[in-house]
Design a protein around this ligand. Structure first.
Ligand SMILES: Cc1cc2nc3c(=O)[nH]c(=O)nc-3n(C[C@H](O)[C@H](O)[C@H](O)COP(=O)(O)O)c2cc1C
Length: 184
């Protein structure tokens, strides 16, 4: 029986995204312990406060209700130029606005994979700061997967067993955190 509903959001639109691959692996590892829904940010328009004032576009409304329904978020922290990808920051901006900002009080965990040597550490630090200001509730643990090109196949599937074990350890800690804080 699944105890938690986790919305997994990859910070990349790339078909074979390593960060999406990490979240797919997380879904497999958590099978039976949590229900993982994989979100896509492909249809989310660029944030425009004039548009928001007229009413949230349908894909944004859908993302906001997915976040609202979830007990927690798991973000794949794609790193571009030492920061979070624009698509992920953009989605956070949409989900941070009233009424009833769905990110407020929402527990979240961060994982990330990059081709460089630091495994999205800078993107994750920036995301923590951004999510702090929207009053989301961060799990302090983290997973940084560096040198990702060697650890995933050409479809973006995680193939490296040591990384899968690290992800599994991370997820054990994350579920423990969710048990302590509930659904925010
Ligand atoms: C515009 C751009 C900027 C990037 N900047 C970084 C960076 O700052 N740090 C890093 O480790 N990798 C960087 N990369 C490489 C990414 O880690 C790599 O493209 C990775 O596959 C992106 O994540 P994804 O697999 O989820 O799409 C950058 C890639 C692009 C396209």
């Amino acid at each position: 029986m699944s105890d938690f509903r986790i919305l997994a959001i990859p910070g990349s639109l790339r078909r074979a995204s390593f960060n999406r691959g990490l979240l797919v692996a997380a879904e497999q590892i958590l099978s039976g312990r949590a229900e993982v829904e994989l979100a896509s940010l492909a249809d989310i328009p660029l944030y425009n406060d004039d548009v928001r004032a007229l009413g949230y576009p349908e894909p944004v409304e859908q993302l906001r209700s997915q976040i609202e329904r979830a007990d927690a978020l798991l973000l794949g922290a794609t790193e571009y130029n030492f920061g979070p990808s624009g698509v992920l920051k953009n989605a956070i901006d949409w989900a941070s606005r009233p009424p009833d900002p769905p990110l407020q009080g929402k527990p979240f965990g961060l994982v990330g994979a990059s081709t460089g040597g630091f495994g999205t550490v800078r993107s994750q630090l920036a995301l923590r700061q951004i999510l702090l200001i929207v009053q989301a509730l961060g799990y302090p643990g983290s997973l940084h997967v560096s040198g990702a090109a060697k650890l995933f196949d050409e479809e973006g599937r995680l193939t490296d067993e040591a990384t899968r074990q690290s992800l599994s350890d991370f997820l054990d800690g994350f579920l423990g955190f969710l048990e302590r804080v509930g659904s925010g």
